[in-house]
Design a protein. Sequence first.
Length: 294
Amino acid sequence: MSGFIPVAADRRLVLSALAMLLVVSGPAQACRCRELALPDYFARADRVAEARIVAVAEATRVDGTEIRRFTLALLQQFKGETFEQVLSYASTASCGVVGQAGDQLWVFAIQQAASSGADLWIDSCGGTRRAETGFPGIAAAQTAHALRLLAARASVLEPDSIDSNGAQGIDGAAAANVSALSARLRSVHRDQIEAPWKDALQRAAVLAPNGRGRAAVLVPDPVARPPHRTHILIDHQSSEVLALVVHGSWSAEALQWINDNWLYVRLRRADGHAAGWIIDAEQGRILWQGSADD
């Protein structure tokens, strides 16, 4: 049976293997698994890097399944400690990663207990792929930039906070960093948006690379009576305008399109606390949110 699970593999590896078993009925069938967004792969992995394959060992059979060891040279490290070797299934039918010396990969590795005989494990369902391949909404040339933005934020949400649609909510330790924000993403039909919103989107908008998407920050009037709310406005040329509503008065430190659909936002409060979001404007959802303190 394909889908061998090493002894003492952690919970995330078990879930990944179970996902493979649901769609792989035999070694002759190609691996299939649901494609996730880049922030989801990043959150689930213990180590994330761009790496070049230095050597590929001969496959060894363990409990009827062939396993292969890769020796890597890290080109860019985005998450976790440095590493040199990973293991993977030898067969693509078991969602293994294949490659030869000189190939470059986006590596998303999961840590295993030492008794499993492997330090780090990779598979195609966990996000690992050739570096010339991108991710949903992210071209290969934009991937390193997107990973640097994710790596720079200290409080990426834990995997348990990812719902069945791949969206991330606020849960666990990350909640302590963002619970006070009471941030929410709402949509408003463009025929109903107020004049200040229209003015901000027309006069102070940051354009997406394709020139269609527009984003602007609308800060509250400091002399206005509370409650104060800061709005991040996103016009993605649909019937509705998105607004990320954050309680309190914030100044914008970054408002940057990662690609045609993803917007990175970084706000800072007067007390010095900073928060960040990555918003998928096309899907109308928050991909990542957390503390962005230096």
